[in-house]
Design a protein around this ligand. Structure first.
Ligand SMILES: NCc1[nH]cc(CCC(=O)O)c1CC(=O)O
Length: 396
């Protein structure tokens, strides 16, 4: 376990303009995400300094056994939270999707910053790309793969897609039963090198586009995955010129594509529940729309998981309402059995104006999912997990 002595001592009284002590995990992605928040803080509070304290967490240090033995999200955050609780840190920057929906009793989600891209992305292996370019691809690979309406649908029978997320594999298995799914672990760079290993099994992997973008690897994205199907960089459905209206209609259940994880693409800032000063400051770096969408998604998840994480796909979108001429929040959500054969899916829209309404909306969507059959699907997944599937459910 990392020693807490790497943090400065917590004096009883800190000067009012003391540096803001920001905690982060040590991975490259975590550091880049922390820089985004630090820059926002420095812009909002030019007279304050920020000190970044990076800490290797138990999950970073022991990726293989940690996921098997604990299967808990908190293993990424435990040591950082201990330092926050002891007053050695003022805040922790997280990927919102990695934050448990229920935080320790003395901690709160202080802010959610602007979410840029919540979607999953399809990344093809370098060997497949170069085979396509030099026209040496196996006869089973269509020559027009890169311009096909769905790359995933066009891949040959039995092609292996790398993902350790049952949310992703369950939704993809439903849409593309000819594909196979194998786990791929490690940080984004490790996963990309496993993908590009010629001796490895994968033709493609699925990653969060936000992470790829922040790491400057978005050029590797062949398609964005959304509830409507595969989209190009401009958000158009690939291989079609449907109007926006048709696209919107195409977004409802049954979904023709993949819904992302709760909180994906957004950054969450964790603080002590009693730190009112910090809470007030964070109001200046929070994004209202991302916060309301993020809280609604987390409330949906909290209602459905009953204490342990379950594979739920979600997609939220602010849409203009012509009746109220306000922006309303649309939420699409899916729960799928591990093999993708059973799904419960819904889409609801609500006028969400504050945090409490966002949480209520999340509960309402959860209720609608249960009415559409989510209960038995979730029960079966929890049973399978108890029978030894725990490691497959550790990632969302
Ligand atoms: N599962 C781990 C994880 N946590 C956050 C991100 C990416 C950034 C984000 O979603 O905000 C990723 C990688 C991925 O799923 O591809």
């Amino acid at each position: 376990m990392a020693s807490v002595t790497e943090f400065p001592a917590a004096p009883a009284e800190r000067p009012a303009l003391a540096p803001i002590r920001v905690g982060t995990r040590r991975s490259d992605l975590a550091r880049i995400q922390t820089d985004i928040v630090v820059r926002a803080l420095m812009e909002a509070f030019p007279d304050r300094q920020c000190e970044v304290h990076a800490m290797a967490t138990m999950g970073d240090k022991n990726q293989v056994t940690a996921l098997h033995d604990f299967g808990a999200k908190s293993l990424w955050t435990h040591e950082l939270e201990a330092a926050l609780a002891q007053g050695q840190l003022d805040l922790i920057v997280h990927s919102l999707k990695d934050m448990p929906t229920t935080l320790p009793p003395n901690m709160i989600l202080g802010a959610i910053t602007t979410r840029h891209d919540a979607r999953d992305a399809l990344v093809l292996s370098k060997h497949l790309m170069s085979a396509l370019e030099s026209a040496t691809a196996a006869p089973s690979i269509p020559k027009d793969l890169l311009t096909a309406p769905s790359i995933l649908a066009s891949l040959p029978e039995g092609s292996v897609i790398g993902t350790s997320s049952v949310r992703r594999s369950a939704q993809l298995a439903r849409l593309h039963p000819h594909l196979r799914f194998e786990s791929v672990r490690g940080n984004i760079g490790t996963r990309l090198s496993k993908l590009d290993d010629k001796d490895g099994p994968y033709v493609a992997i699925i990653l969060a586009s936000a992470g790829l973008e922040r790491m400057n690897w978005s050029a590797r994205i062949s398609r964005y995955l959304t509830s409507r199907g595969e989209e190009d960089r401009e958000g158009r459905l690939f291989g079609s010129d449907e109007s926006v209206k048709e696209r919107r209609e195409a977004s409802g259940p049954p979904f023709r594509g993949v819904l992302h994880a709760v909180g994906q693409g957004a950054l969450g800032i964790e603080i002590r529940g009693d730190d009112e000063a910090m809470q007030g400051m964070l109001a200046k770096v929070a994004c209202v729309r991302s916060t309301l969408a993020g809280l609604a998604e987390r409330s949906l998840m909290r209602m459905l998981e009953g204490g342990c994480s379950v594979p739920i796909g979600v997609e939220t979108e602010w849409v203009h309402s012509s009746t109220t001429s306000r922006e309303t929040l649309a939420m699409r959500a899916i729960v799928a059995s591990l093999d993708g054969k059973q799904v419960a899916e819904v889409e609801l829209t609500e006028d969400v104006g504050n945090n409490q309404e966002a949480e209520l909306f999340g509960k309402k969507v959860a209720q609608a999912l249960v009415e559409n059959g989510a209960g038995p699907i979730l029960d079966a997944i929890i049973k399978e997990r108890e029978a030894g599937e725990a490691s497959r459910t550790a990632e969302i």
